[in-house]
Structure formats: structure tokens, C-alpha cells
Design a binder for this molecule. Structure first.
Ligand code: SF4
Length: 439
């Protein structure tokens, strides 16, 4: 009987795509992938350094895993494993810790599944993580997260990602297109292009060889993919040509997620972000000029050191006036070995919490206002696999979340619908259009 492996992923889309790729390596090595609760022989926990209390979470997952399958071999990979391997190795029950350069060789490192009295660490300096390892998630979601870029050469003062994932590097356009063609042969309808600093795509061996825009143009030619979504792009890298291209593309959907982080130029400077807020205003204006129905999501951090009440109000008002659709709000938390952790003007925890709450409420208001602009319009919805209280959900091209009565036939199908009303839980109700798009 085949050995069984189960995965647990914390953090971002990149981690999800990488977990899937590691999963495929296990499959090739003769393992069966099972649920977390299905008494596996091996657990792989893919960690994140951005998640708050990463250590506590990791500890808890290991504990739960060993309750379910006491003899299981436990391996920890991911950003947190790169940054704090020794700390992780101390967690009772962990057998192996792999860094950024080693994680894709996990299967080779597992030679036998006898539990180790002490965890073994394979962790080279992050400068060794200079190979690009392609990944995409498949079989676990309606969409595929296709990783095209890894690492980051920016030096935002709050961020540990360059320390955990190394410098910016990318796949070739040719390889990405080949992977997209493979994905096109499957039932997957949507690709989400993923990277740490996606707009910086095109660096190989430290040299710029391509630009993100060239990748976008090449992918637009791949038949058989209904939708391509750009997961997140830095405002200074979101050029007019990308925006204009997406506006006329059949595959790239009208949805951008653009990190802002703060609406105060003073804080942006302290964060060492590569733009001022006026640039952000111009990006939103350009998007809306050519795609009035485009969904725009914003990342923002509250409670950064030195953020006074006035700075926060500045951010709040800035976002309130901006034509955006939702926020992802992060509460600043100190990370070791980052310049921000040493900065003066620490914001008390309770204030950080309050600010987060205020922006969260603003986000709900923005989302609702955006949804309201979409009522009475028609769009295509890709239905997901989830069922909740007899309902299923899906997303329009411009990321409006819709709900419909569960119908197994609709799962992973694209349908033309009319957006009719906002339901009590905030999702949009629909009626199906006459014109039905089935693939
Ligand atoms: S752009 Fe800044 S926040 Fe984003 S990964 Fe790079 S250093 Fe971190």
C-alpha cells in the first residue's frame, strides 16, 4: 500500500501553488495525498513569515497532526522555516526543517520515515535560493495559481520576504506559456498569475531579460484559458500599457490588486515604498478611465511606527475618496531583522487594532458601493465548489462575489448572469441570462 502524505499551507497564493507542486513530487514518488485527518504517514506544513504568530500556529498544527497520526513524519518548509529553522526544530514532534533552497527536494531528503529524536535542518543561506522553481496549484481549486516570479529586490522596511525568499527571479515566458497550455488542457477555467513582486517579472540570473508586459501579451494568446487574473502588482510597475492592454483583452479580467500600504507620504517614505500617493491616484484614475467597471483591491498596513493619528486620518480620507473596491487591511507587527522594527514611534497595540477596525469598516462600505454600481449589469460568473447552507458562490470577471442556489451542474462552469440585488450577507444575487456560456 502506498504511503500517505497530507499538507497544510499557511500564507499567500505563492505558498498554495508551491504546496501543490511539492504534492505532485510526492505523487510521482508513489505517495497518496490525503486529508489532514486521514492518518497520513507524512505531514508537510508550508509556513509563512508574514502570518501573525507564525510560531504559535506552527506549534498548534504540529500538535494537532500528531494527535491524529502519532507516528507521522513531520516536515516544515516555507518562509518561516527559512527565517527561524532552529526555533522550528525545537517544536516537539518536528522531524525535518527545510529552507527556501531545499524545499523542492523534500522528497529526496525523506529517506525513511522513522521519527527523529531531534529535528534535522537543511537550510542554506537565502542567497542560495536563486533558482526559479516553477509551480502551479491544480486539483484543489477552480482556479490555478501559477507562480511566474519569486523573491524580491525591493527593501520595504517592514518586510521579511526578501530575507525568506531571496532575490527577484522569474521563469521564462516560454515556460510560463507552456505551463498555461498544459493548464488549458485541464478543466481549470482561470489562472491567477502569482509572484512575490509580480510586476518585476523578467529577471534571470540577476539580469533583466523580459518585462511583465511581454508575459501578459504572450499569455493572452494561449487558447483554452477563459480567464487570467493578475494577483497583485506594485503601483509603480502597473504601467499605462498594461492597463490599456488588459482593457481590451478577452482573457485578462478587469481586476487589479494594487498594494498601497499607506496613504501618507511620510509613512510611505518610512516604509521605503517606491512611490508617493499621487502616483497611486494616477493609477486608479487610468484604470477607471479605460475600465470603468474594473475592480480595484488595495493592501494597506495600519500602525506602522511613526503613524500618528493625523497620518492615519490622512490614509483613511485618502482611501475614502479613492475609487477603489475593497481593502485588505494588515496590522503592522514587528519582524526581527527589519529596519522598521528598530524605528521610533511604536503605535500601541490597542490603537493598531482600532485603526484596523476602522479600515475594515471602510472596506465593507467600499465593497458595497462597488457592488451597487454593478447591479443591473450582466457579466460572466465562474462558479466555485463551495456549498454553504444550500448556496454556492462564484466570481464575475471583475471580482463581484455572487451567490446562487447550489446546483452541482454549475460547479466550475462559466455562466452569463444578471446582477440583481445585494443579499443580506453582502453577496450579489443573480438571475441567469438567456445567453448561456458553457465551456
Ligand atoms: S515589494 Fe516590498 S513588501 Fe513586497 S515583497 Fe518586496 S520588499 Fe516585501
Amino acid at each position: 500500500m502506498n504511503k500517505k502524505v497530507a499538507f497544510y499551507t499557511l500564507g499567500c497564493k505563492l505558498n498554495y501553488s508551491e504546496t501543490s507542486s511539492i504534492g505532485r513530487l510526492f505523487t510521482q514518488a508513489g505517495f497518496d495525498t490525503v486529508e489532514f485527518t486521514d492518518t497520513p504517514d507524512v505531514y508537510v506544513i508550508n509556513t509563512c513569515s508574514v502570518t501573525d504568530h507564525a510560531d504559535k500556529k506552527c506549534r498548534k498544527i504540529v500538535k494537532e497532526a500528531l494527535k491524529i497520526s502519532p507516528g507521522a513524519f513531520v516536515t516544515i518548509v516555507g518562509c518561516y522555516a527559512q527565517l527561524k529553522p532552529k526555533e522550528i526544530a525545537e517544536i516537539p514532534g518536528v522531524d525535518m526543517v527545510l529552507g527556501a533552497a531545499e524545499k523542492f527536494q523534500l522528497v529526496d531528503y525523506i529517506t525513511d520515515l522513522t521519527k527523529n529524536p531531534r529535528a534535522v535542518i537543511y537550510n542554506q543561506p537565502v542567497s542560495e535560493a536563486n533558482q526559479f522553481v516553477p509551480s502551479f496549484s491544480y486539483g484543489d481549486r477552480t482556479r490555478t495559481f501559477l507562480k511566474v516570479q519569486d523573491g524580491c529586490d525591493y527593501s520595504c522596511t517592514f518586510c521579511t520576504i526578501p530575507l525568506a525568499r531571496g532575490s527577484s527571479r522569474s521563469d521564462t515566458i516560454e515556460n510560463v506559456v507552456a505551463q498555461a497550455r498544459e493548464i488549458a488542457k485541464t478543466e481549470v477555467k482561470e489562472i491567477v498569475l502569482t509572484g512575490v513582486n509580480l510586476g518585476d517579472f523578467g529577471i534571470r540570473n540577476g539580469e533583466r531579460e523580459d518585462r511583465f508586459f511581454d508575459l501578459v501579451k504572450a499569455l493572452d494568446e494561449v487558447d483554452g484559458i477563459d480567464r487570467i487574473r493578475i494577483s497583485s502588482i506594485e503601483p509603480n510597475l502597473l504601467s499605462d500599457e498594461i492597463i490599456e492592454f488588459v482593457a481590451q483583452s478577452k482573457r485578462f479580467v478587469p481586476h487589479f490588486h494594487v498594494p498601497l500600504q499607506s496613504g501618507s507620504d511620510k509613512i510611505l517614505g518610512l516604509m521605503r515604498r517606491r512611490y508617493k500617493r499621487e502616483l497611486y491616484v494616477s493609477r486608479v484614475a487610468k484604470i477607471k478611465e479605460v475600465m470603468p467597471d474594473c475592480c480595484i483591491g488595495v493592501d494597506v498596513i495600519v500602525g506602522f511606527p511613526g503613524e500618528t493619528r493625523e497620518d492615519f486620518i490622512d490614509t483613511y480620507n485618502f482611501l475614502n475618496e479613492l475609487d477603489i473596491s475593497y481593502l485588505h487591511v494588515f496590522t503592522y507587527s514587528e519582524r526581527e531583522n527589519t529596519p522598521a522594527a528598530e524605528m521610533k514611534g511604536t503605535v500601541p497595540g490597542s490603537t493598531r487594532f482600532e485603526r484596523n477596525k476602522m479600515l475594515h469598516t471602510l472596506s465593507e462600505k467600499k465593497r458595497r458601493a462597488f457592488y451597487e454600481t454593478q447591479l443591473g449589469k450582466a457579466d460572466q460568473v465562474l462558479f466555485e465548489r463551495d456549498i454553504k447552507e444550500g448556496f454556492m458562490h462564484g466570481f464575475t470577471r471583475n471580482y463581484v462575489k455572487v451567490k446562487a442556489k447550489y446546483d452541482p451542474v454549475l460547479v466550475n462552469e462559466i455562466r452569463q448572469v444578471n446582477l440583481t440585488a445585494i443579499s443580506h450577507d453582502g453577496d450579489v444575487e443573480i438571475t441567469e441570462s438567456e445567453e448561456i456560456l458553457v465551456h
